[in-house]
Design a protein around this ligand. Structure first.
Ligand code: FES
Length: 230
């Protein structure tokens, strides 16, 4: 029987690993296991989930040594008789597997993830190159796995981090956007693209293979080209 080891936390009792042996059906996901623990062992276990189909991003947690979506991860695919589950790293824990997402949302807001439309935006043509960038970002489900696994974002919450920089880049290259100087200041500042130290942890962390670091590299290139008129 698979053992679930869960890092529990509450502000009153502190942190402790607890073991459970939930009854699992074949093809059960880690999220199914958590549901079984809550139903049959401890109704106080706290974790986030919503869609159960790897779309909403709310069930990201640390599973057997790396960030994964609990609903997307089958217990069988882990090929282990132990499933070790902890909250996402780099974000403070509110209770059990529920982390405080505020640092991520603050960083996300700083990059202005909305289009500031130019007056003639409706008549402008968006090139295939730009629409490819925009489309790739649509796979991002804002689960925070990249942000939580990035050593820079985790250590100092001033660095904007992978997902916010990626979305900032999407707006930066959109010809219909009218806030380029402002974006350049935010994305090109020390807490922006130049704060990435190339740990590449965000590549493995992303459940949808979006690879935020590639966007950060492209963003740096654009910033340099603009500075030197390339
Ligand atoms: Fe929505 Fe897992 S519950 S991504």
């Amino acid at each position: 029987m698979t053992v679930f080891r869960v890092l529990r936390y509450s502000p009153s009792t502190g942190e402790a690993w607890k073991e459970y042996r939930p009854e699992l059906k074949e093809q059960a996901s880690v999220l199914d296991g958590l549901h079984a623990i809550r139903a049959d062992h401890d109704p106080t276990l706290a974790y986030r989930f919503s869609c159960r189909s790897a779309v909403c991003g709310s069930c990201a947690m640390w599973i057997n040594g790396r960030p994964r979506l609990a609903c997307q991860t089958k217990v069988g695919q882990l090929k282990s008789d132990r499933v070790e589950i902890a909250p996402l790293r780099g974000l403070s824990v509110i209770k059990d597997l529920v982390v405080d997402m505020k640092p991520l949302w603050d960083a996300y807001q700083k990059v202005m993830p909305w289009l500031v439309e130019k007056p003639n935006a409706e008549t402008m043509v968006v090139t295939k190159k730009t629409s490819d960038v925009v489309e790739k970002f649509y796979s991002c489900i804002l689960c925070a796995a990249c942000f939580a696994s990035c050593p820079e974002a985790a250590q100092q919450h001033r660095y904007l981090g992978p997902m916010p920089l990626m979305d900032g880049f999407r707006m930066y290259v959109d010809p219909r956007d009218d806030a380029k100087p402002q974006r350049k200041q935010i994305l090109g500042g020390p807490d922006g693209a130049w704060g990435c130290h190339g740990a590449f942890a965000c590549i493995d962390a992303c459940p949808w293979d979006v690879a935020p670091v590639e966007f950060i590299a492209q963003l740096r290139l654009e910033l340099v080209k603009e500075k030197f008129g390339g």
